[in-house]
Design a protein around this ligand. Structure first.
Ligand code: TTP
Ligand code: MG
Length: 395
């Protein structure tokens, strides 16, 4: 088998929308253009999802508590996220990505790798494609993005980071190790917080320090991973662009203004979340193979509990029964049980294969419950458990 080095160089684009949620808000409401717009949780414990570049000048950024963002940017315009709208715009930009190649790997709503190696004959150089892609997104969606251009995913992503905002940045293979040497090690793919701490303790702060470190040092610090990290530091990365897998999980979660401290409250919330997630599960024509709970207790400890479902299913009552058992077991094991956040999610398997329609009739994936909810809005028909205590059953 020829080594990757013998193969013709690949051409990979990494596209990332600029200040995505905030940019969509500014596009939809022209009065917001040019203003510091901050999208995120607006409640007491809200966290910033993103800030427009105007707001970033005040030091506001993703993951910052909203309260702190208000202090830094008192004249900011604070908006709650409109996820459905961002998902819609995301679908539009992904359609544009696929005009350049079918090899698109989405990383989030606003970010993807595109392997355009085979498109060069038809569409020109990778730089020309990056230019055309930006132009199409600007014309059709009135949004700005940044494109990184390189011969692998690692460099393409670092390139887009360097080109932000509203830019195109190419890192060629021969410039690679010099260009990325100055970047902090945290920007290198696979370097998380713990690895970074270990490396920093040994005086390795920048990617350049990693390039210089001896194989023995890296092996001592990171074991066999040391060598693969050194290759990444040199800008070498053979990972293929993996065309989008299907959605793997569906869920719903909520952060509470005040911690939930009674089991009854928690179960009511659990029913509501299960109902929401189960409706989405059935609409997507999938069954749940695993139920997972996400439990965050004060101050900020997040745990998960899960159970496999055999056979996989999509019935709200059965999913709730399973989720309820998980919650009750968790609750009983806590010294002072309280929840700051509760989430329920399902790992998916395709439904069609599981529910073959023997008679050739068009299968309807929506239960009566979902059809009523689709017709009258979510919440038209809910299980009594999910209603406020006044309406719901006891226990
Ligand atoms: P990013 O691409 O990381 O950020 P961005 O698009 O807002 O800004 P830029 O790329 O120009 O730096 O994330 C995309 C969206 O994901 C962002 O608009 C909001 C959301 N998001 C969160 O909700 N929480 C986070 O902590 C981050 C980083 C992003
Ligand atoms: Mg972005």
């Amino acid at each position: 088998m020829p080594s990757p080095d013998d193969q013709p160089q690949r051409a990979i684009l990494h596209v990332d929308m600029d200040a995505f949620y905030a940019a969509v808000e500014q596009r939809d409401d022209p009065q917001l253009r040019g203003l510091p717009v901050i999208v995120g949780g607006t409640g007491r414990r809200g966290v910033v999802a993103t800030a427009s570049y105007e707001a970033r000048r005040f030091g506001v950024g993703s993951a910052m508590p909203t309260a702190q963002a208000r202090e830094r940017c008192p004249d900011g315009i604070f908006l709650p996220p409109r996820m459905a709208r961002y998902a819609e715009v995301s679908a539009q930009i992904f359609c544009i990505f696929r005009e350049f190649s079918p090899e698109v790997e989405g990383l989030s709503l606003d970010e993807a790798f595109i392997d355009v190696s085979a498109s060069r004959k038809l569409l020109g150089t990778p730089m020309a494609m990056a230019q055309a892609l930006k132009e199409k997104i600007r014309q059709r969606c009135q949004l700005a993005c940044t494109v990184g251009v390189a011969s692998n995913k690692l460099l393409a992503k670092l390139a887009s980071g360097l080109g932000k905002p509203d830019g195109i940045r190419q890192i060629t293979a021969d410039q690679a190790s010099a260009v990325i040497a100055v970047l902090p090690i945290q920007q290198l793919w696979t370097v998380g917080e713990r690895t970074a701490e270990r490396l920093q303790a040994a005086g390795i702060h920048r990617i350049g320090d990693l390039q210089q470190a001896s194989a023995t040092t890296l092996h001592r610090l990171l074991g066999p991973r040391g060598e693969s990290l050194r290759r990444l530091a040199l800008g070498l990365d053979e990972r293929p662009v993996v065309v989008d897998r299907e959605e793997k999980s569906i869920g719903a979660e909520e952060t509470f203004e005040r911690d939930l401290s009674s089991l009854d409250q928690a179960l009511t919330m659990l029913m509501r979340l299960t109902e929401k997630a189960a409706a989405r599960l059935r609409a997507s024509d999938h069954l749940a193979a695993v139920v997972q709970l996400k439990l965050r207790k004060p101050p900020f400890v997040t745990q998960t509990r899960q159970r496999q479902l055999k056979p996989p299913l999509a019935d709200t009552a059965l999913l709730y029964a399973c989720a309820r058992e998980l919650l009750e077991t968790w609750w009983a094991a806590q010294r002072r049980p309280a929840l700051r956040l509760l989430g329920v999610s399902f790992e998916l398997v395709g439904a069609q294969t599981q529910q073959a329609d023997l008679f050739g009739a068009k299968p309807t994936s929506l239960s009566l419950e979902d059809q009523i909810n689709a017709r009258f809005g979510q919440g038209g028909l809910v299980h009594a458990r999910g209603l406020p205590a006044k309406f719901g059953p006891k226990g």
